[in-house]
Design a protein around this ligand. Structure first.
Ligand SMILES: C[S@@+](CC[C@H](N)C(=O)[O-])C[C@H]1O[C@@H](n2cnc3c(N)ncnc32)[C@H](O)[C@@H]1O
Length: 319
């Protein structure tokens, strides 16, 4: 549903020394604008939150910053004050036009590049740091697109829905610890920075929000992510069941057996045994390595890595 909303207004204060020549640090326009819910358009209206996000990004004057979904530019204007260049990817042409207009009369005009299009489909240029109040509906693919980006960037400071942020940062034993937590923390350090209430946005979203910092590991871990995710997906399909119970199910044994047949044919091994043999082999691996009674909800990244390694040593694969 598209809802008319006023951008900014008299209650939004312009800051002296803000975003440059006549441009306040926050939107101070009063014309009507149609917010598109499908694009998660909730503009940050509190300049204190914007300042805090930029401060947490620890930008250098030489940095190129990637912003996803700049909207009308409330965060963009502040970022431009603190770095060499901002590259902003925006899917909504009306927002991109508004941002272009806003920046064009400031000294920062030549420091901003707007890419019009869907972030998930865009070819990303080089950047040092990513800062964004993201569209919540693409939080997960957006996070993994960033983590797959090369060369590895320094850090990302991102606003997410509160529960998504909590799942990203959850540790073994936390109720929200899940596949998202381990997949993200395999690739980078996640720190929850602050909670942000609904009323800091225009229009207010239905959910609470939080800002997190993700610092990708550099170099990235030398792991086949498809294999890793295949194992982790299984482990968290029933995260409170024991590892033995999960891996002994018929569908898992069948999958491992099919993949094993492929590996054996590549290696020229003729005697591959039966599915029953496969079950016995899996049970033996888990027992020998003391995984039988463990539960995914309590395993840390190193234990998942050890589990994957145990399977690989026995030619068992997940993709
Ligand atoms: C939560 S708003 C943030 C706006 C602005 N950064 C702010 O904080 O005021 C999300 C923005 O992302 C844009 N957007 C939504 N989906 C997108 C996509 N797939 N690619 C790029 N931008 C997108 C929306 O049009 C909107 O401008």
């Amino acid at each position: 549903m598209v809802k008319p909303v006023k951008i900014g207004g008299k209650d939004v204060e312009s800051k002296k020394g803000g975003a440059g020549a006549g441009a306040p640090a926050t939107v101070a326009r009063t014309r009507e604008f149609q917010m598109n819910k499908a694009y998660g358009q909730h503009l940050l209206k509190n300049p204190l939150i914007i300042d805090a996000i930029v401060e947490k990004a620890q930008l250098k004057s030489t940095d190129t910053v990637l912003e996803i979904g700049p909207g009308t530019g409330n965060l963009t204007m502040k970022l431009l004050e603190s770095c060499k260049k901002v590259i902003a990817v925006e899917v909504d042409p009306r927002m991109a036009a508004e941002l272009h207009k806003r920046v064009s009369t400031t000294p920062y005009a030549s420091h901003l590049q707007i890419i019009l299009g869907d972030f998930l489909k865009a070819d990303l240029p080089y950047f040092d740091v990513c800062v964004a109040n993201v569209p919540y509906q693409i939080s997960s693919p957006l996070t993994f697109k960033l983590l797959a980006h090369r060369p590895v960037f320094r850090s990302a400071v991102l606003m997410f829905q509160l529960e998504f942020a909590a799942r990203l940062a959850a540790r073994p034993g936390d109720s929200l610890y899940c596949r998202l937590s381990v997949n993200t923390q395999l690739l980078g350090k996640v720190t929850k920075l602050m909670n942000v209430g609904k009323n800091n946005f225009l229009p207010p979203p239905k959910v609470e929000s939080a800002v997190v910092r993700i610092q990708p590991f550099n170099p990235p871990p030398p792991i086949n992510f498809v294999e890793w995710d295949g194992l982790v997906k299984l482990c968290f399909s029933r995260k409170n069941k024991t590892i033995a119970a999960i891996f002994k199910t018929n569908s898992v044994i069948e999958m491992l057996y099919q993949n094993y047949k492929t590996v054996c044919s590549l290696k020229g091994i003729a005697d591959i045994g039966t599915e029953e043999d496969m079950k016995a082999k899996v049970v033996a691996i888990l027992e020998t390595n003391k995984f039988n009674d463990q539960r995914s909800s309590k395993l840390d990244i190193n234990e998942f890595l050890r589990l994957l390694n145990c399977f690989h040593e026995n030619d068992l694969h997940f993709k």
